[in-house]
Design a protein around this ligand. Structure first.
Ligand code: UGA
Length: 436
């Protein structure tokens, strides 16, 4: 099937590449000439494990092309996916300017009977608007569909090729059949393809992300309570997780969720609810709780040093909002670094892949260290913000030797409290009593 992806961000590029891998003829279109040039020369503009090889293989096989030209990309396509960004505007609502521009630009070239699938996360009701924008530019008959994406950065290819479910919102069964055809190679036994109305599919995406964000804010609140009552959140998590109604996943306490999805989607759904006269109390609280949680490490460090961080050297491990990505959008690390700098601390940071992005944002206000051990040099404390695998089993004796004092604030509960005390560290995690 000839398939076109508009937008070569995470969703567009991963989806397009995986559809090419399953034998379709895919064109990925982007208005950014630089991005398209890079992709045509074998480069990939995002860090996503496994993606570069997959892009190269399918491009070499002639199944995956990149273009800035709408006529070329859209003509003959049976399915056109809109995968452009939906940033938030000043009110927290999703800004649809890129979606509108994609809809209007594709319209003159659409084949009769093509399915226009919106994969971007858009407020409920947007697919109807997309239809209107296209219809204003062409008389060609086409189908509309909403196909929310559930992939996670850092695990995008796996998530896409082994989905738990595929959801499609349509007005017409024929459109659902076309989309189903594309996904069949990835749907293993018992993993359903769920067709529903367009608005319901749009809502599924927000409900899923908001539920996950709610779980995280919930467990973070539990962790904060645990600290005050001498309970251990790791044990509490185990104790509740065995109840199948609760489960274990997405209940890891930490430094607050970041990234380009949860913060934006929680605010966008809250804003949509308010527009419709519903006070979104849960969503607002989830957002607020998360913003506060991003200060949790700073508050602990500041208290430990009696409110005097002036001239203290703090090492930071992990800058990206989560491991296996270089994405620093809404990253808790940035909130911590800014608070530390404001308090007069000297900050030494390290991350396996995100340093360049932080450098672009913070310039020379912090010291960048290639190896995470180097960030510990002469440090009064180490703060762990992202749970990269390379931080899980460090050489503690070496760290101790490098640091001015053996003090660790762990935002991801990577180590065992008692063992850390035995190793001679002061160790404070999230939702645990500090040890040592
Ligand atoms: C999220 C969803 O998980 C995807 O299903 C969805 O498709 C995507 O948003 C999207 O809307 O595009 P992503 O933002 O890539 O994916 O990252 P996650 O792995 O979900 O992590 C989000 C944040 O939650 C991270 O900051 C992570 O550290 C935090 N988190 C996650 C926790 O603090 N605790 C947990 O137990 C899990």
């Amino acid at each position: 099937m000839k398939v076109t992806m508009i937008g070569t961000g995470y969703v567009g590029l991963v989806t397009g590449t995986c559809f090419a891998e399953s034998g379709n003829d895919v064109t990925c279109l982007d208005v950014d000439q630089k991005k398209v040039d890079l992709l045509n020369s074998g480069g990939v503009p995002i860090y996503e494990p496994g993606l570069t090889e997959l892009v190269k293989r399918n491009a070499a096989a002639g199944r995956l092309e990149f273009s800035t030209n709408y006529a070329e990309a859209i003509e003959g396509a049976k399915c056109v996916f809109i995968c452009v960004g939906t940033p938030q505007d000043d009110s927290g609502a999703a800004d649809l300017k890129y979606v509108q521009s994609a809809a209007e630009s594709m319209a003159p070239y659409l084949e009769p009977g093509a399915v226009v699938v919106c994969k971007s996360t858009v407020p409920v009701g947007t697919n109807r608007k997309v239809r209107g924008w296209i219809e204003a530019k062409t008389d060609t008959k086409f189908y509309s569909a909403s196909n929310p994406e559930f992939l996670k950065e850092g695990a995008a290819i796996d998530d896409f090729t082994k989905p738990d479910r595929v959801v499609v919102g349509v007005d017409d069964e024929d459109a659902a059949d076309v989309v189903h055809e594309l996904y069949k190679p990835f749907l293993r036994t018992e993993k359903p393809f769920i067709a529903m109305g367009i608005e319901s599919a749009e809502m599924v995406k927000y409900a899923a992300n908001c539920m996950l964000a709610t779980k995280i804010s919930f467990i973070n609140e539990m962790a904060n309570i645990c600290e005050q009552v001498n309970a251990d959140i790791n044990d509490v998590r185990k104790g509740i997780g065995h109840d199948a109604r609760i489960g274990f996943s997405f209940l890891f306490p930490g430094v607050g969720y970041g990234g380009s999805c949860f913060p934006k989607d929680v605010r966008a759904l809250a804003s949509l609810a308010a527009e419709h006269g519903i006070e979104p109390r849960i969503l607002r609280t989830v957002d607020e709780t998360n913003n506060q949680q991003k200060n949790v490490l700073f508050n602990k460090i500041n208290t430990y040093f009696d409110g005097d961080l002036n001239g203290k050297t703090i090492a930071i491990w992990g800058l990206s909002f989560k491991p296996r990505t270089d994405d620093i959008r809404e990253a808790p690390s940035l909130v911590l670094i800014n608070s530390l700098l404001e308090a007069g601390a000297v900050v030494q940071v390290s991350d396996p892949v995100a340093i360049e992005n932080v450098q672009a944002e913070l310039g020379d206000r912090v010291t960048y260290c290639e190896h995470h051990y180097d960030a510990c040099a002469n440090a009064d404390a180490l703060a762990i913000v992202t749970e990269w695998n390379e931080f899980r089993t460090p050489d503690f004796d070496y760290i101790k030797l490098k640091m001015k004092a053996p003090v660790i604030f762990d935002g991801r509960n990577l180590y065992d409290c008692k063992k850390m005390a035995r190793r001679g560290f002061y160790y404070a995690g999230i939702g645990l009593s500090p040890a040592g």
